[in-house]
Design a protein around this ligand. Structure first.
Ligand code: PMP
Length: 304
């Protein structure tokens, strides 16, 4: 990732990609506290547009607020910087990664005296769980690792420290030949994927698990609207892993994962074992939306 042409926005200006470095004694590297976003920009007929930029930036600032980190820029600057990065790298569609982290002034747990830096990178990134996964669905394994307890880690924040849990769950699942991990909460109820929210469909109704210990996904929020427009309501309830075994359809959502059907959980086929019809309809509408083909949602597209 480090050795490529292009520009990264760092602390207020564009710097050549290879020079966007930080010291090994960076506080965030040692103690794991940085806050970040994953954002996507898509090619549309009216040019490249960043999808739900405002909501992503709001979440970035909320994540920082939760951890008492003061981002030294306003939201407008961070939004404009993201557009600038897409333009400077001449990207038609891409993934964007804004991150705020503590510098290398000091060691020790306290963040007092450490400066906050902000970087924004953008690069082309195809289907996170594979193009084949988008089409035919993926195989998922329930993780032996629980998702964070709400009094251990702040689940509303998208913070790097949360992701050691995601990484270890994903490694466990993928090393056993599955595509992704599903994490339960500490009480054993379904929480979310290692980097995705989950939806299931049963008897024509779309359900999502309670998200107490899950990230409040922006794609998830988008799906609520799209499902309603397609005539479905989304109901939230506590869900067990076997609720998913006996569901008719299931799918993951996320900025990176987009709308990825789940065709199997713990070696049990879900429904017909392929992308189901309601999932297909939602997925198709999602790609129309991000591709700028739903004018009623143009306020979610931020043209660069
Ligand atoms: N849960 C986790 C743990 C994630 O990392 C992500 C990806 N950011 C999501 C859910 C989905 O969130 P979003 O739709 O905002 O990308």
């Amino acid at each position: 990732m480090a050795d490529r042409d292009g520009f990264i926005w760092m602390d207020g200006k564009l710097v050549p990609w290879r020079d966007a470095t930080t010291h090994v004694l960076t506080h965030s590297l040692h103690y794991g506290l940085s806050v970040f976003e994953g954002v996507r920009a898509y090619k549309t007929e009216r040019g490249t547009a960043i999808f739900r930029l405002k909501e992503h930036t709001d979440r970035l600032f909320n994540s920082a607020h939760i951890y008492m980190m003061k981002i030294p820029y306003d939201k407008e600057t961070i939004n404009e910087a993201q557009k600038e990065v897409v333009r400077a790298n001449k990207l038609e569609s891409c993934y964007l990664r804004p991150i705020a982290f503590y510098g290398s002034e000091k060691m020790g747990i306290s963040t007092r005296g450490a400066t906050v830096h902000v970087a924004i990178a953008a690069w082309p990134w195809g289907a996170y769980l594979g193009a084949e996964g988008l089409e035919n669905g993926i195989r998922v394994k329930t993780s032996s690792y629980a998702r964070h307890h709400v009094n251990v880690t702040m689940a509303r924040a998208k913070a790097a420290s949360t992701y050691a849990n995601s990484i270890i769950a994903n490694l466990e699942a993928t090393q056993d030949g599955y595509d992704e991990a599903l994490l339960l909460d500490t009480e054993g109820f379904v929480a979310e994927g290692a980097g995705e929210n989950l939806f299931v469909i049963k008897d024509g109704v779309i359900y999502e698990p309670e998200i107490a210990s899950a990230l409040m996904g922006i794609t998830r929020n988008t799906i609520h609207t799209l499902a309603r427009e397609l005539g479905y309501s989304v109901q939230t309830r506590r869900m067990t892993r076997d609720d998913i075994y006996i569901a008719d359809e299931a799918f993951f959502t996320g900025t990176a994962a987009e709308v990825t059907p789940v065709r199997e959980l713990d070696n049990r086929t879900i429904g017909a074992g392929k992308r189901g019809p309601i999932t297909a309809a939602i997925q198709a509408r999602f790609f129309e939306l991000v591709g700028g083909k739903l004018p009623e949602h143009d306020n979610w597209l931020h043209y660069v």
